[in-house]
Design a protein around this ligand. Structure first.
Ligand code: UT7
Length: 326
């Protein structure tokens, strides 16, 4: 059977770092509150002239180099993002041109914080069907320039960054073993950016009003997130006929350390099997898992043969999981 195997990874984080202490000077918050309630200590912030594709290109080039492939080897580029450069064309097309991946089809995928898991499922399906052999899958976000820096409810949570993986179709036991995706649009209102699309177009009257801000019902989302992570992990274990003790490393979407710990505890995943990086990067939405995966590889925590579990939850609502035999 043809499996989708990750043959290269890369990530890029913008140079500028904004600490919780910096935020204390900008709004009514404290390092103590942010660390205790979220686990975040700092986040990276894109430069004013850096858009999502700029971060994505750097991550993609690193992943291609790691894979030992040239850009023209890539058949498909999927860019998972909620903060595309433009409403259209797709950011994936801009990346395709910048890295000169002339043979690649390209499209964006928006499943918010679950974007990378949705993208992985999509890429895997294309590869397993034989339609494409090599897919460049990117999660990239520049969220900080959409934040209202007076709104402490959301401004303290998000950071910018990009992560990329190159997947290749190969015979064998290594690669993506399973994916699981779910959604519940009934609770779309719990996390959204209302304006900018066709429902609320930007007008002189609404610019500067709350319809252009991230709107989030944090507590309700928190509860949904713990349940969704729990079900996504359970499905992943069932799909593979394994138990939590078989998992070598759990790389979750990094939204809140309390959500991750609650989900891991409920699933019976011990703390030493959970990879965390949100203290240094915050919530980077669709970029969070590929950044964490690349850092986990660099830290020597992902090595051939290991069983890696990914799980994510985000706006939509969307959630899902994947199991990879590295
Ligand atoms: O990426 C996937 C989607 N996102 C999520 O899954 C996020 C899920 N939600 C969360 O992570 C948490 O709900 C938050 C981190 C957003 C908030 O944490 P919380 O423990 O749920 O806090 P809360 O909203 O219940 O607020 C507790 C208190 C409130 O004050 P009072 O009413 O108790 O006096 C807030 O006004 O903390 C206050 N507060 C803050 N204080 C300092 C809220 N935000 C801040 C802040 N700094 N940044």
């Amino acid at each position: 059977m043809i499996r989708a195997r990750v043959i290269g990874t890369g990530h890029y984080l913008p140079e500028r770092v904004l600490t919780n202490f910096d935020l204390e000077k900008m709004m009514d918050t404290s390092d103590e509150w942010i660390r205790q309630r979220t686990g975040i200590e700092q986040r990276h912030v894109a430069a004013p002239d850096q858009a999502t594709s700029d971060l994505a290109v750097l991550a993609a080039q690193r992943a291609l180099k790691d894979a030992g492939l040239a850009p023209f080897d890539i058949d498909l580029i999927i860019c998972c993002t909620t903060t595309p450069d433009h409403l259209f064309p797709a950011t994936a097309c801009l990346i395709q041109h910048r890295i000169e991946a002339r043979n690649a089809a390209a499209f964006d995928l928006n499943a918010a914080c679950s974007g990378f898991v949705y993208g992985l499922a999509t890429a895997t399906a294309f590869i397993e069907s034989g339609r494409f052999r090599r897919v460049l899958l990117i999660g990239a976000e520049v969220a900080t320039n959409r934040l209202n820096w007076k709104n402490r409810d959301t401004a303290v949570l998000f950071g910018d960054g990009a992560g990329a993986v190159v997947l290749q179709g190969e015979e064998g036991e290594r690669g993506v073993l399973s994916t699981y995706l779910a959604a519940d649009g009934a609770d779309a209102h719990l996390l959204m950016l209302p304006a900018g699309g066709s429902r609320i177009v930007p007008t002189k009257e609404n610019i500067g009003t709350e319809v252009h801000d991230f709107q989030m019902r944090g507590q309700e989302l928190f509860k949904r997130a713990v349940l969704a992570f729990g079900s996504a992990i359970q499905k992943a274990l069932e799909q593979n006929g394994i138990s939590a003790s078989d998992v070598d490393l759990f790389i979750p979407h990094q939204a809140n350390v309390r959500i991750i710990q609650a989900a891991a505890d409920r699933a019976g995943l011990s703390g030493d099997k959970v990879f965390l990086n949100l203290d240094k990067v915050g919530n980077t939405t669709a970029a969070s898992i590929p950044i964490a995966l690349d850092q986990a590889l660099q830290a020597g925590r992902v090595v051939p043969g290991k069983l890696i579990l990914l799980a994510a939850f985000g706006a939509g609502l969307t959630w899902g999981s994947a199991v990879i035999r590295w």
